[in-house]
Design a protein around this ligand. Structure first.
Ligand code: FES
Ligand SMILES: [Fe+2]
Length: 383
């Protein structure tokens, strides 16, 4: 609840501050009810990215995971099509697969043995032949919408987010120069971070912290970014030139950077585009690497982050790729550790009853501001 003399965020919106220059109420980063609202009304009603297309590369591969608290299975069938299926058996609801990746030809329930094809069709149900009016065709796994855009897999958890291309708007057009759909994952990992999911994505999407948090790396290479672009669709994007280094995605160890993405022209050859696809995907498309971060909110103050670093296919297939990736990995690790340290301090400060919203830095926190406006239009703020 607001303290004495403290306006609620609804009031803040009423007088226009949220749409102008004031960050979210700190309770948005730790309050349980607000967190549940975000999961149930935001993530479950959005197209949510769950990874790159090549994380389920071959026929029979699957990925079992939770999206907005809903257990799902992503499969690739014999024809190469992806499916997003409820990880809940149609007999009595048991989870078919534990979270993780794997390979199979059938999804078989560990409880009574009902068995499903990779597209979710029920293929067999032991000892059910005498059941009244029972037809296998009536009990496929629940299917939800799935689509791949720019190489990212998106799912619509409750099938209520509408058309994916309406949702993304200008997203694919803005990223055409990087040919994101052909990039392959060179490295991916996941970790649990001790901060709110929004805070993790915010720090990735703002330039204001670079000087203090990354004084020996990113702050040396980035010029002041362009203003955030006016785009149609549920995303924010901002481009910034770099200087001093041919590649900002690797440490400066004297090694030769990997080849630039083919076809990049003009400023795109020496700059990075930071994009936040609301609510849960952020990435940086640079001249030689794509860094992406997807979040799974676990609790108000815990978040699972899945990271992927992608390169042109001709690069990942090189015999010395692992060796040449090492300085890229080092840059990622160092940057992440610096961010995580400050994020934990931010989370601690935000939980104080004395914490208050503050103003955004012009230009440097533009995507954060845009995200907050987007969020405020969709979720009732704490009051
Ligand atoms: S709950 Fe799956 S077969 Fe019974
Ligand atoms: Fe950072």
């Amino acid at each position: 609840m607001p303290g004495p003399g403290r306006k609620s965020l609804d009031t803040a919106r009423d007088d226009g501050r949220l749409s102008q220059n004031l960050s979210l109420d700190p309770r948005c980063y730790w309050d349980n009810s607000f967190f549940e609202l975000e999961v149930k009304t935001l993530f479950r009603h959005s197209w949510v990215s769950i990874g790159r297309f090549d994380q389920v590369p071959n026929q029979g591969d699957y990925l079992a995971l939770e999206v907005a608290g809903i257990p799902l299975i992503i499969t690739r069938d014999d024809a190469g099509n992806l499916h997003a299926l409820a990880n809940s058996c149609r007999h009595r609801g048991t989870q078919l697969l534990k979270a993780g990746r794997g390979h199979c030809q059938r999804l078989t329930c560990p409880f009574h043995g009902w068995s499903y094809a990779l597209d979710g069709a029920l293929m067999s149900a032991p000892k059910m032949s005498g059941a009244v009016a029972f037809d296998l065709a009536d009990y496929p796994l629940q299917r939800i919408p799935i689509a791949v855009r720019a190489g990212f897999i998106f799912v619509d958890p409750l099938g209520q987010a509408g058309d994916i291309d309406e949702w993304l708007g200008d997203f694919e057009a803005v990223h055409t120069p990087w040919q994101l759909s052909r990039l392959l994952t060179g490295y991916d990992t996941s970790l649990v971070v001790e901060c709110n999911w929004k805070a993790f994505l915010e720090v990735f999407n703002e330039y204001y912290h670079l000087r203090k948090v990354h004084p020996h790396s990113f702050s040396l290479y980035y010029d002041t970014p362009d203003p955030g672009e006016q785009v149609r669709g549920n995303f924010a994007t901002q481009f910034g030139d770099h200087h001093g280094e041919r590649s900002v995605a690797k440490v400066s160890d004297g090694s030769k950077p990997l080849p630039m993405f083919p076809g990049l022209k003009g400023r795109n050859k020496n700059g990075t585009r930071y994009t936040w696809v609301f609510p849960g995907l952020a990435f940086a498309a640079s001249s030689d690497a794509l860094w992406s971060f997807g979040v799974e909110p676990l609790s108000p103050e815990r978040t699972r982050v899945t990271m992927a670093v992608c390169f042109a296919p001709e690069v990942t297939q090189q015999a010395d790729f692992a060796e040449r990736f090492a300085p890229y990995h080092q840059r990622m690790q160092e940057g992440l550790e610096e961010d995580l340290e400050v994020l934990q301090r931010q989370q601690r400060g935000l939980t104080s009853p004395l914490a208050r919203p503050g103003p955004y830095a012009p230009l440097l926190e533009d995507s954060v501001r845009r995200f907050h406006v987007w969020l405020g239009a969709r979720v009732a703020m704490p009051s």
